[in-house]
Design a protein around this ligand. Structure first.
Ligand code: NAG
Ligand code: NAG
Length: 421
């Protein structure tokens, strides 16, 4: 069994012991799939009955938990969970997956985490862009060389959607951004271009927001690279509000915690930038490590993931946040008080996006988790390993970055409209 690598999810390649805890179960503890009607259940889906493990015969020792283990619900194991990767935790999930969801591995590497973050769909060419993990030792990137941007064609991915694995059948093409985006991480669509967060490099190359032309020659422009002359720490993710046009982004210390930035001398927080007036202001500073962010489709809520538990090369603190918070967006674009939306049970929540119905999806330690707007876990798209980020490509299509694996999925849900203000 491959060691779980989800601790690299925020580009923090700490691989701990590989023990996977599997709790043996009696037959009577197995979830009664029949009661859902085998016919109604899509071939790629399975029901996970939370009640079946509310009271376990044996709960693993506190001392055994080091965060590197996956929990297997009663009657399941690694193979069975991956065999039907759409896990239904709540009836609401049926409408999201539809009658015939699919999940395909379209690219894979041995160790190099080429498939990490900044998943952006560019509709005019129907391509999806993504970036390599800048902080991972296995990538050799960060201080010595920059992480790269790559892209795939969704027409190619869609042609192989009925296969579980189609590695080699979808071209993964390097994007020669120019001047190069240094250590790209998060990204989003903006005014016909793509905005990337560059995490910076060493003490001298500042972290910055770059705009990139999504077609050749992939020319770039630095939009923001300082806060009144001070360097940001390492900008992580970016989202455009669907109606006010401000660009919201997170700044966090992973470049430092992964040894490719020099020091942390600015607060970890959420900022917003007005591209027309140049105004930049901090708008939220409650998080330990603000990471992914996205707006609800109506623009009334900002969801921010907090990967506080993951401390890069210095380790992990399981009592720290592995949580998604949400904050109301006021009419003037400022944010109201944060409230806990959810706490994830495996890994840390990293990239986050909504569908058109306001359901919230985030990449965590075993794939994507999906919550309804009440914060209830309603399902998973299970990869069995870390998924740092993902993005919808319009209606019924999703691309998931799994570090060393790239997934293409089809389902019924549609991604919340990505604003191009
Ligand atoms: C950077 O390069 C030096 C010298 O080749 C090497 O010792 C070091 O491990 C490299 N660092 C990373 C993060 O790859
Ligand atoms: C790329 O170059 C074109 C042509 O000069 C220009 O119109 C466009 O704004 C540039 N895009 C970026 C992101 O720099």
């Amino acid at each position: 069994m491959a060691p779980p690598t989800w601790l690299t999810s925020i580009a923090a390649p700490i691989v701990l012991g590989a023990a996977i805890i599997s709790v043996p179960l009696t037959r009577s503890q197995q979830p009664p799939l029949e009661r859902w009607g085998a016919d109604a259940l899509p071939a790629q889906a399975q029901v996970i009955d939370q009640k079946a493990f509310n009271a376990l015969a044996q709960v693993p020792s506190q001392d055994a938990f080091d965060g590197s283990s996956l929990f297997y619900p009663p009657g399941t194991d690694s193979a069975s969970l991956k065999a039907r990767p759409f896990h239904v935790y709540h009836d609401d999930f049926y409408a999201i997956i539809g009658s015939n969801p699919t999940l395909t591995v379209v690219a894979a590497t041995d160790k190099d985490p080429l498939f990490h973050e900044a998943v952006v769909w560019y509709p005019p060419t129907d391509e999806v862009f993504f970036v390599q993990n800048a902080g991972a030792k296995a990538a050799g990137t960060g201080l010595n060389k920059s992480a790269i941007i790559q892209r795939i064609s969704l027409a190619q991915a869609d042609a192989v959607k009925d296969l579980a694995s189609a590695v080699g059948q979808v071209d993964v093409v390097t994007v020669p951004s120019s001047p190069q985006v240094i250590n790209p991480n998060g990204g989003t669509n903006w005014r016909g271009q793509i905005i990337f967060c560059g995490e910076g490099q060493g003490p001298a190359v500042p972290s910055a927001l770059y705009a990139m032309n999504p077609v050749p020659p992939y020319n770039t422009t630095v939009l923001v690279n300082n806060f009144f002359g001070r360097q940001f720490s390492s900008l992580n993710d970016v989202a455009v509000h669907p109606s006010n046009g401000w660009i919201y982004f997170t700044d966090v210390d992973y470049g430092f915690l992964q040894d490719f930035r020099s020091k942390v001398n600015i607060r970890r927080q959420v900022y917003r930038w007005n591209p027309d007036t140049g105004v930049i202001q901090a708008v939220a500073d409650y998080t330990l490590r603000p990471n992914g962010l996205t707006f609800s489709p109506d623009g009334k809520w900002l969801y921010v993931t907090d990967t506080g538990a993951a401390q890069g090369f210095t380790g992990v603190d399981w009592s720290a946040p592995a949580s998604i918070y949400r904050l109301p967006v006021n009419d003037d674009g400022t944010l109201g008080p944060n409230e806990l939306f959810t706490y994830v049970h495996v890994g840390v929540p990293d990239g986050v996006h909504c569908d058109t119905k306001g359901n919230v999806y985030s990449g965590v330690g075993d794939g994507l988790h999906v919550w309804n707007p009440a914060g209830t876990l309603i399902g998973k798209i299970y990869t069995g390993d870390v998924a740092a980020n993902f993005q919808f490509a319009g209606k019924g299509r999703i691309v998931i970055c799994g570090e060393t694996e790239l997934f293409y999925g089809t389902l019924a849900a549609e991604g919340a409209h990505i604003t191009d203000l």
